[in-house]
Unconditional design. Structure first.
Ligand SMILES: Cc1cc2nc3c(=O)[nH]c(=O)nc-3n(C[C@H](O)[C@H](O)[C@H](O)COP(=O)(O)OP(=O)(O)OC[C@H]3O[C@@H](n4cnc5c(N)ncnc54)[C@H](O)[C@@H]3O)c2cc1C
Length: 380
C-alpha cells in the first residue's frame, strides 16, 4: 500500500490549485450572483487537460487516472464548487458515456471535441416525473426509417442550454421496463431539441441547469449508443464512476469550507483572544479536518479501484454518501464559526453552505446511495 501521491500528482494539484486561485477565485461571487456559466474559462481549463482528464489521447484526452481526476475536481471545488460541478458533469456524465460505450466512429466524432474542451457535454436522464426512479422515464424514441424520433422532456440538466453534445436516455420499448431504454447522442441545434426553463437555484449557480424538450426530434440511427435496450445498464455504470467525481467535489468543497473557517478563527478576536483558541471552535475544526481526510481516502480508494479496472459500485456509493454528508457538516460549521459574518456574502462560508446541498442530491440522493450500498452489503 502506498498512500503518497506521485510527484506528477503533486504537481497536478499545485497547477490546478494555482489556476483556481488566480482564474476562478476573483470571479466567484460575480458568477454566483449572475448565475453565469463561465464559458470563457473552458479553453483555459482545456489547456490544463481538465476537460478530458481520463479520456485516451487518441480522442483528445489527457489520459490521466481516476485519482488524478479526483485531484482536479477537488481543487476546483475548494474554490468554486459550481465550476467543479460543470467540469464533473462534462467529464463524468456526458463525455464519459460516449467514452465508455460509444463506437470508435462516435468517439472520434463526438468525444474528441469534448475531451479537447472545444465543446461542452450534457447528460439527460432525470425527468419531471422520474428522478430517483429513473427507469420510470417517459421520454420516448420511436424508430422511423433510418432515424429515431424523440418526444418528451428532461429536467435539471446541467448544460441543458449551453451543452453542445448531449447523451439522452429514452424509452424505445415500453414493454421491457428498464431493458427498453436506449441512449442517444444529440447535438445542440437539432430540429425539435430545445432548452426550456433555466432553473434559479439555491447554490451551484454558476453551473447552468435547465429543462430540455424534445418535440419530434429526429436522431439518425448512427447516434444510438451501443445496442438498443442497453441505455439503462450503461447509465448505472456511468453513475458508478460519476459518483466518484461528486465525492471528490464534496471533499474539495469541505476542504475549502474548513480552510475558510480555520483562517477566520485566527483572525477574529472575542474576549481578547482569537476565537480559534476556544476549545469548542478548535474541536469543530479538528473534527472537520479528520472527516475530510476520511472522505478523501474513501474517494481515492474508489478511484483507485476504477483505475485497476475493478468494480467499485459499493465503494463509489460509500465515498459519495460519506463525502457529501461530511461536506454538509463542514459547511454548516464554517458558517457557525463565522458567526454573523457566515450569514453574509462577503465571506465564502455562505456560498459553501448553499452549494453543498447539491452534493447529497445530484447523481443519486443520500437515500439512493444507502439503497445501493444495502443492495451490495445486505443481499439475502
Ligand atoms: C443542480 C442539479 C444538477 C443536476 N444535473 C443533472 C444532469 O446533468 N442530468 C440529469 O439527468 N439529472 C441531473 N440532476 C437531477 C438529479 O440527479 C436528481 O434531482 C436526483 O437524482 C433526485 O431526483 P429528484 O429530484 O426527482 O428527487 P426524487 O427522486 O423525487 O426524491 C425526492 C426525495 O425522496 C427520496 N426518495 C426517492 N426514492 C426513495 C426511495 N426508494 N427510498 C427512500 N427515499 C427515496 C429522495 O432521496 C429524496 O429525498 C441535477 C439536479 C440538480 C439539482
Amino acid at each position: 500500500m502506498n498512500f503518497c501521491l506521485s510527484e506528477d500528482q503533486q504537481l497536478l494539484r499545485r497547477s490546478v490549485r494555482e489556476f483556481a486561485e488566480s482564474e476562478i477565485k476573483p470571479h466567484v461571487r460575480e458568477w454566483d450572483e449572475a448565475q453565469h456559466l463561465p464559458g470563457e474559462l473552458l479553453p483555459k481549463l482545456a489547456e490544463l487537460g481538465v476537460m478530458g482528464v481520463q479520456f485516451p489521447s487518441e480522442y483528445g484526452g489527457a489520459a490521466m487516472s481516476a485519482v488524478d481526476y479526483c485531484i482536479c475536481i477537488e481543487e476546483l471545488a475548494r474554490v468554486d464548487p459550481s465550476v467543479a460541478l460543470s467540469v464533473a458533469a462534462h467529464n463524468g456524465l456526458g463525455a464519459a458515456h460516449i467514452a465508455m460505450f460509444g463506437s470508435p466512429d462516435q468517439k472520434a466524432r463526438y468525444l474528441t471535441p469534448l475531451a479537447r474542451g472545444e465543446k461542452l457535454a450534457a447528460w439527460g436522464l432525470t425527468e419531471p416525473h422520474s428522478g430517483s426512479d429513473a427507469a420510470a422515464m417517459r421520454t420516448t424514441a420511436a424508430r422511423d426509417g433510418d432515424d429515431w424520433v424523440l418526444n418528451g422532456s428532461k429536467l435539471f440538466i446541467t448544460h441543458g442550454a449551453s451543452g453542445d453534445t448531449m447523451v439522452v436516455m429514452a424509452v424505445t420499448d415500453k414493454t421491457k421496463g428498464s431493458k427498453g431504454i436506449s441512449a442517444f447522442i444529440l447535438e445542440r441545434g437539432a430540429p425539435g431539441f430545445v432548452a426550456g426553463k433555466k432553473e434559479d437555484k439555491l447554490g451551484m449557480r454558476a453551473s447552468e441547469t435547465t429543462e430540455v424538450i424534445f418535440q419530434n426530434c429526429r436522431v439518425p440511427a448512427a447516434q444510438l449508443i451501443g445496442e438498443e435496450g442497453q441505455g439503462f445498464i450503461q447509465t448505472l455504470q456511468v453513475l458508478d464512476a460519476g459518483r466518484i467525481g461528486i465525492a471528490a467535489l464534496s471533499v474539495g468543497l469541505a476542504q475549502g469550507a474548513y480552510e475558510a473557517a480555520r483562517n477566520y478563527a485566527f483572525e477574529r478576536k472575542q474576549f481578547g483572544r482569537a476565537i480559534g483558541t476556544f476549545q469548542s471552535i478548535r474541536w469543530k475544526l479538528v473534527d472537520n479536518a479528520a472527516r475530510v481526510e476520511a472522505a478523501r481516502l474513501l474517494t481515492y480508494r474508489a478511484a483507485w479501484l476504477k483505475d485497476q479496472g475493478r468494480r467499485m459500485t459499493l465503494e463509489s456509493s460509500m465515498a459519495k454518501l460519506y463525502a457529501s454528508e461530511i461536506a454538509v457538516r463542514a459547511s454548516e460549521d464554517a458558517v457557525q464559526i463565522h458567526g454573523g459574518y457566515g450569514f453574509v456574502k462577503d465571506y465564502p462560508a455562505e456560498k459553501f453552505f448553499r452549494d453543498v446541498k447539491l452534493t447529497t442530491i445530484g447523481e443519486g440522493t443520500s437515500e439512493v446511495q444507502r439503497l445501493v450500498i444495502a443492495r451490495q452489503l445486505l443481499a439475502a
